[in-house]
Design a protein. Structure first.
Length: 172
């Protein structure tokens, strides 16, 4: 299990990079808690998962780090999966405000494609690996990304490891 208190102590003021699926959960849940289980790309998550992710992000002073690649994936995953057109329009109206709190860091494709994991993990995850090393921790549900980062000394949290513990993980 990840040594969460140590990671928070080390990076509290720097923030945490939230991978695409979890960032989508954070945004959909912030828009409407009921949409978490009905929206196509977050339906595998629960309200408790959203609350747990919110608590995790708050541990890092609510500072979320991202890349343009993650945000492009977020946008693509946000397009489809709405039950009602009015909900989709409301979400997209609020999305710019939600995005405004993100600390976005550019990673050039030349940098991301030059690292060894690009062929195995793709552009977005290679960009994450390039950006975070020694700077930010990562929270993800992507096992391949998690394994790559942990093998390379990056502080990474597999959100799936937290899910069984829920709020108790944040209790003293």
């Amino acid at each position: 299990m990840t040594d969460f208190p140590q990671i928070v102590a080390k990076y509290k003021q720097s923030g945490i990079l939230v991978d695409t699926n979890l960032l989508l959960l954070l945004f959909i849940g912030s828009y409407d808690l009921r949409s978490i289980t009905t929206f196509e790309n977050t339906s595998s998550f629960t309200l408790e998962d959203f609350e747990l992710l919110e608590a995790l992000v708050k541990s890092f002073d609510n500072k979320v780090i991202s890349t343009p690649h993650i945000l492009a994936e977020l946008s693509n995953l946000s397009i489809k999966g709405w039950r009602y057109e009015t909900a989709r329009r409301e979400y997209w109206t609020l999305l710019p405000k939600m995005l405004s709190v993100i600390d976005e860091h550019y990673v050039a494709h030349e940098e991301a494609t030059a690292i060894s994991c690009f062929i195995r993990l793709g552009l977005t995850d290679a960009g994450i690996a390039h950006l975070v090393t020694g700077k930010y921790p990562v929270v993800t549900t992507d096992l391949d990304l998690y394994l790559h980062l942990s093998r390379n000394g990056v502080d990474v949290i597999n959100f799936n490891h937290f899910r069984p513990f829920g709020w108790s993980y944040f209790s003293p």
